[in-house]
Design a protein around this ligand. Sequence first.
Ligand SMILES: Cc1cc2nc3c(=O)[nH]c(=O)nc-3n(C[C@H](O)[C@H](O)[C@H](O)COP(=O)(O)O)c2cc1C
Length: 434
Amino acid sequence: MAYEDEPKIIHQHINVPDIRKIGVYEANGGYSAWRKALSEMSGDEVLNEVKASGLGGRGGAWFPTGVKWSFMPKPVFPKYLVCNCDESEPGTFSNREIVLKHPHILLEGFMLGCYAIGCNHGYIYVRGEMMKGYAVLRQALAEARARGYVGKNVLGSGFDLEITLHTGAGAYICGEETALLSSLEGDRGQPRLKPPFPAVAGLYAKPTSVNNVETLSNVAYIIREGADAFKQYGTEEKPGMKIVSVSGHVNRPGNYECPVGTPIRKVLEEYAGGVWKGKELKGFYPGGSSTPMLGPDKLDTPLAPKAIEAAGSILGTAGLCIFDEDTDIVHVAARLIRFYKHESCGKCTPCREGNDWLVAVLRRLDEGRGKDGDLDMLLDMAGNIAGRSFCLLGDAAAAPVVSSIKEFRADFEKRITNPPDEKIFIPLSIANGH
Ligand SMILES: Cc1cc2nc3c(=O)[nH]c(=O)nc-3n(C[C@H](O)[C@H](O)[C@H](O)COP(=O)(O)O)c2cc1C
């Protein structure tokens, strides 16, 4: 079946002209779940339906959303729902498309989430670089307010709901939920120690659930159609759809919404039109640049958390980046580590110092000045970052280095033994991320 004809949830109406406008969204079933919830369901019933659907967080960890919401202590007020719209992982761009093209599906899911956990004031934290998305959300929120979907006594239900949009200042670390909360409070965007988890002490030390844009955008469908309808897609482990962001050396890069468990080969060859220019596949990362790279032998792996884990990587955000046979993997690894080094918040030593050293050694290697022993040194350094940093940014940084050396060691060795005639020179200022 052609991709266009496959069933979809979030993308079902994403290309309907003017779906950004509230009238068009409503004409396509929009806000019927919100109306249904307020008139026929209690907050607990909404929560239980989401729990029954098995929806797992699409921000990367796949933790069950309903279970996360049920951790929120009932008698404590106020409590908060915070939407994580900070999407900054290289190779991941599904949230951005939802916000730009289909903002009401996010807002409706967000409202339902607030209702489910008993939150009367929710926050949407928008990535600093995404000012256009922020403007679209502002407009959509104003429309929703004018319709009475937000504000005091929403649609005469007795439920009050305020929504605040907040922009970050452009820091990858602010996608990490506790750093996001610190940033939202006006502090430096650095992660906090867990426990306490945000469900116990989050925003302003009150119970808080942080949820991803794509996660929340599935909620209106679950409430409108029911948990069973959602579970007809995907796997038993993780029901539903996942939007796969395909980038790199493919003929048709873009976002493709497919059932969880769809083989990577199908997404690459049928939806994204295969590797470009008729070339062979060298490798890919399946879940954003922080997930280990895999080789072509893993192309038949289903896009489902356990299957990807068994293949040696992580599904993460399903940001699938494809590298063709001519890709200079040493350069890719050097480029990615520069990103993570630049984004390290500096709070903990392994990540702050370790990534600096990874950049220095990989840069040297990339420029053809590598030495015997560099690869083992890189692996040793990466091993002292992953699992030893304050938050998972350290693991994210180590993954492309370790996995690229593991998967493509011969390329690295060749770079040391046969350095290129023409040296690639990355100015130190760029290498240092300034
Ligand atoms: C370094 C780092 C960056 C992250 N960036 C994002 C992000 O941009 N968007 C996001 O939704 N989750 C991000 N996460 C995951 C969040 O901490 C959190 O798990 C997620 O927002 C929870 O939402 P979900 O349960 O709906 O997936 C990041 C985590 C780490 C460690």
